[in-house]
Design a protein. Structure first.
Length: 513
């Protein structure tokens, strides 16, 4: 299906901008800050700046900025984590240009944590052989970075914010972007005329029962780009964070116990107090995330337990409360004092490694459509994302998207046109229980599309999810809830199809059969 709307919708309004950016995470904000001030730019957000994967990001940003590190070493670690299927050119761009973007953030007054000598404090995370992670607010790097960037964007006279607005579809003509269909804060449909759209909508966490992603992470940008015909790749590669804070309910948004906790000396232990990752990988607890996640799942299968533990009691309360204030206080609110109690954890969905296919300038296969951040597949991550490379990818390729748009300034100014909606037959009203549909898909994906997969299980889930998708395609409801449900069904089915097609186990995609 090309569009997620029915032919009888009414358009309540129309706006025009040179550039439309979908999403107010780090990728969207950093892109906006690099858009030429002669271009009018609108940033559309589904909720508010505080509701995004970027805002929740704890660990930090990876870049080779220490004296004993080099881009070549960062390059090697990224390729190793990516299990041999990274785009080497994209990785080279990331590691070579990344340090300059960190320096740009410093110049933008992002409050990175400093050491006693007043230099950037740099730590280590899983898969990195050098200390190269800069962080802010201890374990609140995403929040502090987004706050700083949002303040700067708010000062730009050429940039407008459009909050509580929902992105429905990319409008095109002859494979060129002409605009976007959105549901505005008034609940009605609006058209935005624009020749350039940057999709920075983040992840797809709501496809799964338990995720570190917020409730708005329904893959709207990815699904809209696919409906428009943009190429996509790597959707079988879903990163499951090994250490989501275990909760008996085991559904909804999971609080993340950052990998940086293990980087600071946290040990993974089972219910008997044994370090079960010893000997599983040369880096033990700091092995790449797919290896640690599978290690935990295997240990839980062996023991029959429903969670493992991170033991960071070797560190003092003062150190932990300063280095990890967000984690320390969240755990304390749940009667877990991490300076003396082990932290109960289990794997949860965390990050979409694949996405909309882009080139080195963040261009998709549709003229005028760009993607950056988690919604994009730049090729940097291969089969498994190296810890803290994601925010660096947002910076490097968000800036590159802006550079490409700026280079086309005259073309943009001359190509503005009024976007038109195609004539589509009206559909019957959809009276489905969207909440029940969402829960069913989430349970199916958790049961059959999780850390360890089998062909039989995936085919069982795919058959049912396709039936749900077809039910949605044959009907229509004029609100956001219907489009979100269609997006989730679309993405879940493509994840399973890609996972069935890739029969070998590699990186974050692991087939038991």
């Amino acid at each position: 299906m090309r569009y997620a709307f029915s032919g009888d919708i009414e358009i309540a309004g129309r706006n025009s901008f040179d550039v439309l950016i979908i999403g107010t995470g780090i990728a969207g904000l950093y892109t906006a800050l690099h858009i030429d001030k002669r271009l009018s730019c609108c940033i559309l957000t589904k909720d508010s700046v505080e509701i995004s994967n970027s805002w929740l990001a704890q660990g930090g940003i990876a870049a080779a900025i220490s004296t004993d590190d080099t881009p070549d070493l960062h390059y090697d670690d990224t390729l190793i984590a990516g299990a041999g299927i990274c785009d080497s050119d994209a990785v080279r761009v990331l590691v070579e240009e990344g340090p300059d973007d960190i320096r740009t953030l410093v110049g933008m007054s992002v409050p990175f944590d400093l050491n006693d000598e007043g230099f950037l404090q740099i730590t280590k995370e899983g898969g990195h052989r050098k200390n190269r992670i800069v962080h802010a607010g201890g374990d609140a790097t995403g929040r502090e970075t987004v706050k700083s960037l949002a303040r700067l964007v708010a000062t730009r006279s050429n940039v407008s914010f459009m909050g509580h607005s929902f992105f429905v579809d990319v409008l095109t003509e002859d494979n060129k972007v002409t605009g976007a269909l959105i549901i505005g804060p008034d609940g009605h449909y609006h058209i935005i005329d624009c020749p350039n759209i940057v999709i920075a909508t983040g992840g797809i966490g709501q496809v799964y029962l338990t995720s570190t992603n917020p409730a708005v992470a329904t893959g709207d940008g990815l699904a809209a780009a696919m409906r428009a015909g943009a190429a996509h790749r790597g959707l079988e590669f879903i990163q499951f964070h090994p250490t989501g804070l275990w909760d008996p309910k085991r559904e909804g948004q999971s609080f993340l116990i950052s990998e940086a906790v293990r980087g600071e000396g946290g040990l993974l232990k089972n219910t008997e107090g044994e370090r079960f990752m010893l000997g599983k990988h040369e880096l033990n607890e700091l092995a790449p995330r797919d290896i640690v996640a599978r290690g935990i799942v295997r240990e839980l299968e062996r023991s029959g337990a429903d969670h493992a533990y991170v033991d960071i009691t070797s560190c003092s309360k003062e150190h932990l409360s300063n280095r990890f204030p967000t984690i320390y206080n969240e755990c304390l609110s749940r009667d877990i004092d991490i300076s003396r109690d082990w932290i109960p954890v289990c794997p949860v969905q965390h990050y979409l490694i694949g996405g909309i296919t882009t080139d080195l300038m963040a261009r998709t296969t549709i003229d005028g459509l760009y993607a950056c951040g988690e919604a994009a597949s730049t090729g940097v991550h291969g089969a498994n994302r190296l810890a803290s490379n994601s925010m660096l990818e947002c910076l490097v390729f968000g800036r590159r998207a802006a550079m490409d748009i700026n280079n086309r300034l005259e073309e943009t100014k001359s190509s503005m046109q009024e976007a038109s909606l195609p004539h589509i037959a009206a559909k019957q009203e959809c009276d489905a229980d969207f909440r029940a549909m969402r829960k069913e898909i989430q349970h199916l994906m958790n049961d059959y599309g999780f850390v360890i997969r089998t062909e039989a299980g995936m085919r069982t889930a795919l058959e049912r999810i396709k039936n749900i998708k077809n039910e949605l395609l044959n009907s229509f409801s004029p609100g956001r809830e219907y489009v979100e449900m269609l997006n989730l069904a679309t993405i879940a089915s493509i994840i399973l199809e890609a996972a069935l097609e890739r029969q070998e186990s590699v990186g974050a995609h692991y087939r038991e059969d």
